[in-house]
Design a protein around this ligand. Structure first.
Ligand SMILES: [Zn+2]
Length: 82
Protein backbone atom coordinates (compact mmCIF):
# COMPACT_ATOMS: atom_id res chain seq x y z
CA UNK A 1 0.00 0.00 0.00
CA UNK A 2 1.94 3.03 -1.22
CA UNK A 3 -0.57 5.41 0.36
CA UNK A 4 0.24 4.20 3.85
CA UNK A 5 3.96 4.27 3.19
CA UNK A 6 3.80 7.84 1.92
CA UNK A 7 1.68 8.98 4.85
CA UNK A 8 4.05 7.33 7.30
CA UNK A 9 6.98 9.06 5.65
CA UNK A 10 5.17 12.39 5.84
CA UNK A 11 4.41 11.77 9.48
CA UNK A 12 7.94 10.90 10.50
CA UNK A 13 9.24 13.96 8.65
CA UNK A 14 7.07 16.18 10.83
CA UNK A 15 9.17 17.30 13.76
CA UNK A 16 8.31 19.11 16.95
CA UNK A 17 4.88 20.58 17.66
CA UNK A 18 3.02 17.35 16.97
CA UNK A 19 -0.47 17.22 18.31
CA UNK A 20 -3.58 15.21 17.68
CA UNK A 21 -6.87 16.46 16.31
CA UNK A 22 -10.35 15.03 15.86
CA UNK A 23 -11.30 14.53 12.19
CA UNK A 24 -14.75 15.90 13.00
CA UNK A 25 -13.90 18.65 15.47
CA UNK A 26 -10.99 20.86 14.43
CA UNK A 27 -11.15 22.63 17.80
CA UNK A 28 -10.33 19.39 19.62
CA UNK A 29 -6.58 19.01 19.84
CA UNK A 30 -4.22 17.58 22.40
CA UNK A 31 -0.52 16.74 22.61
CA UNK A 32 -1.00 12.97 22.76
CA UNK A 33 -3.06 10.27 21.08
CA UNK A 34 -6.50 9.59 22.53
CA UNK A 35 -10.18 9.90 21.89
CA UNK A 36 -12.23 12.97 21.09
CA UNK A 37 -14.19 14.06 24.18
CA UNK A 38 -17.08 15.13 21.93
CA UNK A 39 -17.57 12.16 19.60
CA UNK A 40 -15.20 9.49 20.94
CA UNK A 41 -13.34 9.07 17.64
CA UNK A 42 -9.64 8.26 17.67
CA UNK A 43 -7.64 11.44 17.31
CA UNK A 44 -5.38 11.81 14.29
CA UNK A 45 -1.90 13.25 14.27
CA UNK A 46 -2.14 16.82 13.03
CA UNK A 47 -1.04 17.02 9.42
CA UNK A 48 -2.44 13.66 8.37
CA UNK A 49 -5.33 15.19 6.48
CA UNK A 50 -3.08 17.73 4.81
CA UNK A 51 -0.56 15.05 3.93
CA UNK A 52 -3.36 13.18 2.17
CA UNK A 53 -4.36 16.30 0.21
CA UNK A 54 -0.76 16.98 -0.70
CA UNK A 55 -0.36 13.37 -1.76
CA UNK A 56 -3.46 13.63 -3.97
CA UNK A 57 -2.11 16.78 -5.61
CA UNK A 58 1.37 15.33 -6.08
CA UNK A 59 0.25 12.12 -7.74
CA UNK A 60 0.29 12.38 -11.56
CA UNK A 61 -2.54 9.87 -11.83
CA UNK A 62 -4.79 11.95 -9.60
CA UNK A 63 -3.93 15.09 -11.57
CA UNK A 64 -4.84 13.33 -14.83
CA UNK A 65 -8.15 12.22 -13.36
CA UNK A 66 -8.86 15.75 -12.12
CA UNK A 67 -8.00 17.31 -15.50
CA UNK A 68 -10.11 14.72 -17.34
CA UNK A 69 -13.05 15.45 -15.05
CA UNK A 70 -12.65 19.19 -15.60
CA UNK A 71 -12.52 18.73 -19.38
CA UNK A 72 -15.64 16.56 -19.26
CA UNK A 73 -17.50 19.23 -17.29
CA UNK A 74 -16.34 21.94 -19.69
CA UNK A 75 -17.37 19.86 -22.73
CA UNK A 76 -20.79 19.29 -21.18
CA UNK A 77 -21.16 23.02 -20.51
CA UNK A 78 -20.18 23.85 -24.12
CA UNK A 79 -22.77 21.40 -25.46
CA UNK A 80 -25.45 22.94 -23.26
CA UNK A 81 -24.63 26.42 -24.52
CA UNK A 82 -25.09 25.43 -28.13
ZN1 LIG B 1 -14.83 14.74 17.63
Amino acid sequence: MTHIKLLTAERSSLSGMDYYICPMHSDVRQPGAGKCPKCGMDLLLQGTRFALVRHMASSPLHLIVMVAAMLAVMAAAMMMLR
